[in-house]
Design a protein around this ligand. Structure first.
Ligand code: ADP
Ligand SMILES: N[C@@H](CCOP(=O)(O)O)C(=O)O
Length: 321
């Protein structure tokens, strides 16, 4: 459960008074999510999501995330809008944490995304990349190729009995990526964590995107690779090329993939799989037993890495023209 920092009603009432949203009616902690503490807050004028930013979020990055949501919302991408306080600011403090309120988006996330959902995702992802072009702030990806070895070393330090087969596989993958990572692909603003739980649907239509707290400036095609990993595998970890085709074709119809991006896709997918395996593994070996947070399974992403390692052409992911 992602409520790392608890708040009292008195603290929240004082916090809410800084906004023009009417009185606080009720609030409750949100169990989903792993990064930050989130509350659903009912106020007289509307409902909001209150986020208290936790360990992996650097407070200096918050203006980037909040301004990006504002920019994308103004560019026609349905995402939450940071709520402006009476003093004109969007960022405050609550219970010793940086905190902000954002608008509540209607919709539900798809536990088992279909081909149609993957298609809608591809179209929206391309539109989001296009909309990001007008955003004038930049943020380095803090979880890209150069950050993976230090993170792996921290995992091994925290868990010295790491399985030998995993050590060999990760070391080999790191060596490969550090020597060959495609650095010249078109860059822009990427979401970098566009998993199904961050995309809402309403009445069959994609209704919104949330959770921009990994967003950064990086290769646009890397965002697609994250989505291929998160949306196009089945529960038994087999790859579904029809879902891959739906995602890639819809994306390509809105923003044409270059030859370089097509060639790089297998390595981008394998790298994205390693990135999520590593953060999951780190959480797995460092989160204390009995903690209320639901840890995500690193094994799933080790299997995905193995799959991508034997792919040599984007057609395996479903894009054949
Ligand atoms: N703007 C929003 N509108 C509606 N629900 C939201 C919104 N933002 C977050 N949520 C809810 O809170 C949950 C956790 O949010 P998320 O941003 O993914 O947290 P974390 O940053 O901890 O991963 C989501 O799965 C969703 O249920
Ligand atoms: N999507 C990541 C974890 C980040 O969680 P989120 O709740 O911020 O989407 C994973 O699945 O490992």
């Amino acid at each position: 459960m992602a409520v790392y920092t608890d708040i009292t009603e008195a603290e929240l009432t004082a916090f809410i008074a800084q906004y023009d949203v009417g009185d606080l009616l009720s609030y409750k902690g949100i169990a989903e999510g792993v990064e930050n503490t989130n509350f659903l807050v009912h106020c007289e004028k509307a409902n909001f999501i209150l986020t208290l930013y936790e360990k992996r979020v650097n407070p200096d990055d918050l203006p980037f995330f909040l301004n990006l949501m504002e920019h994308l919302a103004q560019s026609g991408i349905n995402c939450p809008l940071p709520v402006v306080r009476k003093d004109g600011k969007v960022l405050g403090h609550l219970a010793g944490r940086p905190a902000a309120m954002i608008t509540f988006l209607e919709g539900v996330w798809m536990r088992e995304p279909t081909i149609e959902h993957c298609k809608a995702l591809g179209t929206t992802l391309a539109k989001m990349h296009e909309a990001g072009k007008g955003f004038n702030m930049q943020r380095k990806n803090s979880l890209t190729v150069g950050d993976w070895r230090p993170l792996w070393n921290k995992c091994v330090e925290a868990h010295p009995n790491m399985e030998d087969t995993l050590r060999v596989a990760v070391e080999a993958a790191l060596n490969k990526f550090e020597a060959n990572w495609p650095e010249k692909l078109e860059r822009g603003i990427i979401h970098a964590d566009l998993f199904p739980d961050n995309v809402f649907f309403l009445g069959g239509e994609l209704s919104g995107i949330i959770d921009f707290y990994f967003a950064c400036s990086d290769a646009l095609a890397y965002d697609i690779a994250v989505c291929i990993n998160a949306w196009c595998f089945e529960a038994d970890h087999s790859f579904n090329a029809a879902k891959g085709a739906a995602l890639l074709e819809a994306y390509n119809a809105s923003r044409k993939l270059s030859d370089e991006e097509r060639q790089a896709m297998p390595m981008l997918c394998e790298g994205a799989a390693l990135r999520f395996m590593l953060t999951r593994l780190y959480d797995w070996v460092t989160t204390p037993e009995g903690s209320l947070v639901v840890k995500k399974d690193p094994e799933e992403y080790i299997k995905k890495m193995r799959f991508h390692a034997q792919v040599s052409d984007i057609s395996t992911y479903g894009l054949t023209h």
